[in-house]
Design a protein around this ligand. Structure first.
Ligand code: MLT
Length: 210
């Protein structure tokens, strides 16, 4: 019996579940499985949408992993939850019949951080990724091999939660690991901007899958 570890939403594309890429939507702290579904209006109907709810509660707010305080992560829990997310993706692929080789993570804030952790852990199931307002979740040793992956990072120069140099550290690490990494900065803070979501959509539309 396949175990489904996360409460989630799955919306299949009418273009055929197994044909199209699946967007793995990962919300920020205090979000849920509905939060990121608005992206469908930007990304369109030619994708499946898989949106889990983070299982950790911080003062009642769902997250994907525990933190000790703002910006300081519980590394043991991060490792455990990242592996759990991977299992979830693999299990739901079998259940819904989407292609495991066409998965694009689209994460915001805490969701971007677990997507980053997924990539840096060397788990290859995320084919490409959009990381919106991410941090470097941990320093991987050895570095993962991420050749063939495209990553878009979007971030705000005036984000009070995510230091610019921390996002740059993630960008550098992804590049050094072989991922084709594109950076988009805007001048706003931690909230998503319309322009950044539009950037994310055109990035995803241009992706190719082998
Ligand atoms: C995190 O805890 O993942 C980051 O600090 C972003 C957030 O506040 O969720």
């Amino acid at each position: 019996m396949t175990e489904v570890l996360f409460q989630h939403r799955f919306q299949a594309s009418r273009a055929g579940v197994s044909e199209v890429p699946t967007l793995l939507l990962l919300h920020g702290t205090g979000g849920n499985e509905d939060d990121m579904m608005f992206l469908r209006d930007y990304f369109g109907e030619n994708y499946n949408y898989l949106s889990p709810r983070g299982q950790v509660l911080e003062n009642g707010m769902p997250r994907f992993f525990r933190r000790l305080r703002e910006g300081v992560f519980d590394q043991e829990d991060l490792k455990f939850r990242t592996a759990q997310l991977r299992e979830f993706v693999l299990n739901t692929a079998s259940i819904y019949g989407f292609d495991k080789k066409k998965i694009v993570a689209v994460g915001y804030s805490n969701g971007a951080n677990i997507a980053g952790s997924f990539l840096l852990s060397g788990f290859l199931e995320i084919t490409h990724a959009v990381l919106m307002h991410p941090m470097l979740p941990f320093q991987p040793r050895p570095r993962p091999v991420l050749h063939g992956k495209k990553v878009l990072i979007t971030a705000g120069e005036n984000d009070p939660i995510i230091p610019v140099e921390n996002t740059r550290a993630l960008e550098n690490l992804l590049k050094e690991s072989g991922a084709e990494t594109t950076m988009f900065w805007h001048q706003s803070g931690h909230s998503l901007t319309q322009e950044e979501v539009e950037k994310a959509a055109s990035f995803v539309h241009a992706l190719e899958f082998k």
